[in-house]
Design a protein around this ligand. Structure first.
Ligand SMILES: [Zn+2]
Length: 214
């Protein structure tokens, strides 16, 4: 007997009676023609920061990659398992997306773990520790700032990690070449879960600013 948690079956029934019904033509077209999203989003796994919900996106619109802390590692073609790099490669080289948005969010547990200097030292069996050690140098610098409150340090590292991931995106040859040709643009954004505010990175300064909405 097939089995799923009840709330998922209820949600699926609502989807079939609602969204799938109104968008069935779009789904059929996407099945026939294949996907051609123009935008890739790198977001956190956090259940409160779903890009499709925040950007009100329909099927086929966003190519979404989610991992703990919305991090992009540097380009390392070393034969290891690199799921984030694989998704990036597919989005850029096969789908030829025009935009990549790294979207962080407030109250990020991954970022909090990176800042938590009281936690156990990173051990070989600790996946999150190893993963978040990508931003360890920044985390150590931010942690050392006694002038900042804990909340300020958290927000600062959330935003620094977005800039760090964008810098790492540029270490991928396929990204830097296409960006240089003006065929791919890189963006940063930060979502405040408690207020719903979206802050967008200024490309010149790296600061996060509220976008003007029409
Ligand atoms: Zn998060």
């Amino acid at each position: 007997m097939p089995h799923l948690p009840e709330h998922l079956l209820v949600g699926y029934r609502n989807f079939m009676n609602g969204r799938y019904l109104t968008e069935s033509g779009r789904y059929r077209e996407l099945a026939r023609e294949g996907q051609a999203p123009e935008t890739m989003i790198v977001a956190c796994c956090d259940s409160r920061s779903a890009p499709e919900a925040i950007f009100d996106a329909g099927p086929g619109e966003l190519f979404v990659l989610r991992n703990v802390g919305n991090l992009v590692p540097p380009y390392e073609p070393d034969g290891e398992f690199h799921s984030t790099s694989a998704a990036l490669e597919f989005a850029v080289q096969s789908l030829k997306v025009k935009n990549i948005v790294v979207m962080g969010h407030g109250r990020c547990g991954g970022i909090r773990a990176a800042l938590d200097t009281n936690s156990a030292p990173l051990s070989p069996g600790d996946f999150i520790g190893k993963w978040m050690s990508l931003i360890a140098p920044a985390a150590e610098t931010v942690s050392a700032s006694t002038f900042m409150t804990a909340t300020e340090r958290q927000t600062a590292l959330e935003r620094i990690s977005i800039r760090y991931s964008i810098a790492n995106l540029r270490t991928f040859p396929c990204v830097s070449i296409l960006e240089g040709k003006g065929r791919l643009s890189l963006h940063g954004a930060w979502f405040d879960i408690s207020t719903g505010e979206l802050w967008v990175m200024n490309k010149e300064t790296g600061d996060f600013e509220r976008p003007v909405l029409e």
